[in-house]
Design a protein around this ligand. Structure first.
Ligand SMILES: [Zn+2]
Ligand SMILES: [Zn+2]
Length: 241
């Protein structure tokens, strides 16, 4: 923290975006109450499963994404912080959420490798202009030093080529169709034969990440995995963000 940041903190103490307590962007009580995922689940969905395996249902479905890990369940107080991240205070909240990975047990495929690159799931340019930022890019940039991984927070070769409607309220099949071929990727030396770890705020059924992974694989990435701060439980199972 720079001297100017410290002075600003003294003059205008930050408030917890989740509970409003004064002192930090995400206070110690909210961090202690974060619903960290501690059970072993399927590599792609929420079903309990032995470590490093896909459940029977996910095994049957084609997947461009090799694995998806999340830190917390999408529940308060982290759910509230993620809503603030998207709708109000992205630049302050993203580093606070990224700090949650410190000292957590992470999957082995997230460990540093020369060809591992963190990329944010892109927003449609019109949506990014409205919001003023891509929350996934802020998260990826804030996570990279903690994970000791390279990051390209603004990959010009990867884009959301068409605007999709919000996934909330759609069935799993509607979600898949809504984002089908939504992403496009140019063949770039940055991704050729690389292991890409896509970063986003919330993973629901993985439909968004699946299509982003498809575009990356078609453009030459060797492996694509996903990492999100939270994972929302979806009653329909995988077959739905
Ligand atoms: Zn709090
Ligand atoms: Zn599964």
């Amino acid at each position: 923290m720079t001297l100017i940041d410290r002075l600003l903190n003294l003059l205008y103490p930050p408030r917890c975006v989740s509970c409003g307590a004064t002192g930090a962007t995400l206070c110690e009580r909210c961090i202690a109450a974060a619903p960290f995922i501690t059970t072993r689940t399927c590599l792609l969905c929420h079903r309990p499963q032995a470590e490093g395996a896909r459940c029977y249902a996910c095994h049957e479905l084609p997947s461009a994404l090799e694995a998806a890990a999340a830190l917390c369940d999408y529940a308060p107080p982290i759910e509230i912080a993620i809503k603030r991240l998207k709708y109000r205070r992205g630049r302050a909240v993203a580093p606070a959420l990224a700090d949650l990975v410190v000292d957590r047990r992470l999957p082995s495929w997230l460990h540093p490798g020369a060809t591992t690159l963190l990329l944010p799931v892109p927003l449609h340019p019109a949506r990014e202009r409205e919001r003023g930022f891509n929350q996934a890019a802020l998260l990826a940039a804030a996570l990279a030093p903690h994970l000791d991984l390279s990051c390209d927070p603004h990959p010009i070769y990867l884009r959301r080529a068409r605007r999709t409607r919000p996934q909330v309220g759609l069935s799993s099949e509607q979600r898949r169709q809504n984002v089908s071929f939504a992403f496009a990727c140019d063949p770039s030396p940055a991704i050729r034969n690389a292991h890409i770890v896509l970063v986003d705020d919330v993973y629901t059924t993985g439909a968004t990440m699946q299509d982003c992974a498809r575009a990356l694989r078609e453009a030459g990435a060797a492996h694509v995995s996903g990492f999100t701060i939270a994972r929302a439980r979806y009653a329909g199972g995988r077959s739905a963000k």
